[in-house]
Design a binder for this molecule. Structure first.
Ligand SMILES: *Cc1c(COP(=O)(O)O)cnc(C)c1O
Length: 380
């Protein structure tokens, strides 16, 4: 157990209650990495698609494929979730076109990745229920744009599963390539197809290894090209760039952590799901509703509640008075970030209504039942 700061006031003495932190990531302990690290010492291979990297690719692809009931899954590790999205867009964007549709309400990395791929984000609204862009909304945006976009970036809302078949249908109908920013959805992918699913292996995600990312696809040719792009566009053994890319590789040390995570991920998912169940129980009669399915239908690393507009100020004041950390994980929308205020966009009524009211609450494996009770009390 963690010991609280000794300067903390005693709640019985009338001081502020002990703080409840919003997030405490937990990655495998150093001891579980040791067998893998010793292998690095022996082989003296530290990066460039080494044996641990290869083992991680095979193991992770097998694990993802088994969960989705899908054979032939390929994973291409990258240096981050952001670079996974950027590479996938560079590969898939229709040449000669400028824009990439994306929901304004997302983690800001989505916008940076699109710009990194040489495209301009065109911001669109999200669906009120799923918090995600729908094919229907994308169709409406297409009609309002001066020219067709190069691609669409669909974002998984805080790790919720994305509707892969619906977006495959959209792509068939429109010819516009789709890429998924499924950064937080590594453990909720129930459909894997050729359209690349980009996930983050950042420490704060369920499948966290520290820093890293992965492109997931059943398209072998796409995977081969993406892989080449992570290492200066070299294909085969020759030191010849056949495609433009950069250095987006995952080192053997990161692969070692990846293998340690693979060994323990099922237990971590079970632990996050039991926490989700405890929260669902505690908030059963709350006017603040948990994001649909989060923490119960799939394991999430953040838990978000939707506060009714007329309760929001009171809830946030209670959190602050009760020393309970809260966060708007995605802020209020890409269009409000100074770096991105000049982007073209469609109307964003749902984003403007929803984003201020979706509040991240404390969610980690050190929370006690008493602390969950305190959070639930504040949300009444
Ligand atoms: C975490 C996250 C990213 C970025 O992933 P990194 O590995 O930190 O680069 C992108 N999009 C969304 C929706 C995320 O949650």
């Amino acid at each position: 157990m963690e010991s609280f700061d000794v300067t903390q006031a005693d709640p019985d003495a009338g001081g502020p209650p002990p703080p409840i932190e919003i997030m405490r990531p937990r990655l495998p302990a150093a001891t579980s990495m040791m067998p893998f690290l010793s292998r690095i010492d022996e082989t003296r291979i530290y990066s460039n698609y080494g044996p641990l990297w290869r083992e991680f690719c095979v193991g992770f692809a097998g694990w993802l494929g088994a969960r989705a009931g899908q054979d032939g899954v390929r994973v291409v590790p990258t240096s981050s979730g952001t670079t996974a999205i950027q590479i996938a867009l560079q590969l898939r964007a229709t040449p000669g076109r400028r824009f990439c549709l994306m929901p304004s309400w997302t983690f800001i990395a989505s916008a940076h990745a699109i710009c990194g791929a040489g495209l301009t984000p065109w911001l669109v609204d999200v669906d009120e229920e799923s918090f995600m862009l729908t094919p229907h909304q994308a169709m409406a945006a297409l009609r309002a744009m001066p020219e067709p976009p190069a691609a669409v970036l669909v974002v998984s809302a805080f790790g919720a599963p994305v509707d892969v078949p619906a977006w495959a249908e959209f792509e068939r109908e429109t010819g516009i390539p789709v890429v998924f920013d499924a950064a937080a959805a590594a453990t909720s992918l129930n459909h894997i197809g050729p359209q690349p699913l980009c996930i983050s292996l950042h420490a704060t995600k369920v499948f966290g290894i520290g820093e890293g990312g992965t492109i997931i696809t059943t398209d072998t040719a796409l995977a081969d090209k993406a892989l080449a792009m992570t290492g200066f566009g070299f294909q085969g053994t020759e030191r010849v760039s056949s495609i433009r890319g950069g250095n987006y590789r995952l080192s053997e040390y990161s692969a070692a952590m990846g293998l340690a995570v693979l060994d323990s991920i099922d237990a971590k998912i079970a632990s996050m799901l039991s926490l989700g169940a405890a929260y669902t129980d505690a908030l059963r009669n709350s006017p603040c509703r948990i994001q649909s399915g989060a923490g119960t239908a799939y394991a999430a690393m953040s838990l978000n509640v939707i506060c009714p507009a007329d309760r929001l100020d009171r809830v946030l004041a209670r959190f602050d008075a009760g020393n309970i950390q809260w966060r708007r994980w995605w802020g209020l929308g890409t269009h409000l970030h100074p770096a991105f205020t000049d982007l073209p966009r469609s109307d964003l009524p749902v984003t403007e209504d929803l984003a201020p009211r979706v509040i991240g609450v404390p969610f980690h494996d050190m929370l006690t039942a008493e602390e969950i009770g305190r959070v639930a009390d504040a949300l009444r």
